[in-house]
Design a binder for this molecule. Sequence first.
Ligand code: PAF
Length: 290
Amino acid sequence: MLTHLPLSALSDTQALRAHIAQWKSEGLRVGFVPTMGALHAGHISLIETALRHADRVVASIFVNPTQFAPGEDFDSYPRTLEADAQKLVEAGCHLLYAPLASDMYPQGFATTVSLDGPALELETEFRPHFFAGVATVVSKLFQRVRPDVAVFGQKDFQQLRVIERMTLDLDLDIEIMGAPTLREDDGLALSSRNAYLSAQERQTAAQLYAILNELKDRLEAGKPLSECLFQAREKAQSVFDSVDYIAVRDEATLSAIEAHGARPARALGAVKLGRTRLIDNLPVHGLNQG
Ligand code: PAF
């Protein structure tokens, strides 16, 4: 449990390594859930998934500065370490690692993971800094935790594909699992950033799910991709302050598709509502999959 470490030791990388080494020497399988904190039920479901696939589970909390551009919400990102630690204890997580920025990025730090493939377009078009920051911090966390399995939310679907690709390409020998998105009753995907929404915006926010759901239904009914996308984008533009993208991509590679056919696809969207950026995605079954 978290009480293995005194609170002051939660950021201690040597203590983390000692725990992991002990577990590995006992032949235990280590699961890992990296987070930026402000934990909600979606994060807890990732911990539960990890617990089903590992003997010991480590969660990290680190609001990673390198995945935020100047002017984004790094300073205002919710930081709720004590409440998060309590939730992790209740979920049965074995260890919380919350490194300091000075330890992750010491003076002179000069290395960044460079990405292609699933990192191209979509989020990258609107947040060009994002995936290099994510991939760099996740590979550092992987080196420190040395997990056998790591769990990421499908809510950040492009991130999941980027991490899978990086893990494969860099021979990291870690099983990457994607866990389903948890939703509010009206379909809004759980996200730490939902805390930014006003009461009125909260009502509107669920429209992103509704729009993607309609897009999915129309595609699965065999309607042409270009027509479905046009309709979904028009609707999103009428509801949200701005639309970064509404797209349908190959589910496995996230590469562009000309038409929806036999292969599974993914409908993805990112919109802005007030000061909140919402992202979401849904699977679209191939036309012969029923
Ligand atoms: O998904 C997140 O919370 C972050 O991008 C991650 C994976 C913890 C890296 O900072």
